[in-house]
Design a protein around this ligand. Structure first.
Ligand code: HEC
Length: 133
């Protein structure tokens, strides 16, 4: 008799555990959606692979260059960046440091040096940056 009660209790526990296992599936499907988005990234979802550069980019260039605010050439858009790169990388670096029309001096990145600016310009230029070399 005692054993029979134990069996009943165990089967109730087993039933409860099975009943709760559903929500785990939802986590899976959102991971799949993120992978699908990665294949066609809008410029607001593109960030430098290097974590330090990503931090600088997020604090400064991103606010204008991700969406093209004020006519800024958009991150990853070869069409936007092609005519810019035709001026040569030195001019782009000068314009970043001195400012250029709607582009504020230093791109509002007080912690960036020449090396970081060059890496950020090349990152934002996407395929236009590599084509110009
Ligand atoms: C406050 C907004 C803003 C921020 C922040 C900003 N930019 Fe810009 N940037 C612009 C705009 C607007 C232009 C387009 C200027 C024009 O040609 O009218 C531009 C243009 C440029 C150009 C092209 C200049 C040329 O000669 O054609 C480069 C290079 C550039 N930005 C680099 C950067 C970098 C690197 C950062 C971050 C460190 C940055 N920008 C941050 C607004 C911004």
């Amino acid at each position: 008799m005692n054993n029979w009660i134990k069996m009943m209790a165990l089967s109730v526990i087993a039933f409860t555990v099975v009943g709760c296992s559903k929500p785990a599936d939802e986590g899976m499907s959102s991971a799949v959606v993120n992978t699908a988005q990665a294949n066609n990234l809008p410029s607001t979802k593109q960030f430098p692979a290097d974590p330090d550069l990503k931090a600088l980019y997020t604090q400064s260039c991103y606010s204008c260059h991700a969406m093209g605010t004020g006519g800024a050439p958009r991150t990853g858009s070869a069409k936007d960046w092609q005519p810019r790169f035709e001026q040569g990388i030195n001019t782009l670096l000068d314009h970043t440091i001195q400012g250029f029309k709607g582009m504020p001096p230093l791109g509002m990145c007080m912690d960036c040096g020449e090396e970081e600016f060059l890496a950020l310009i090349e990152f934002m230029g996407g395929s236009a940056a590599t084509a110009g070399e």
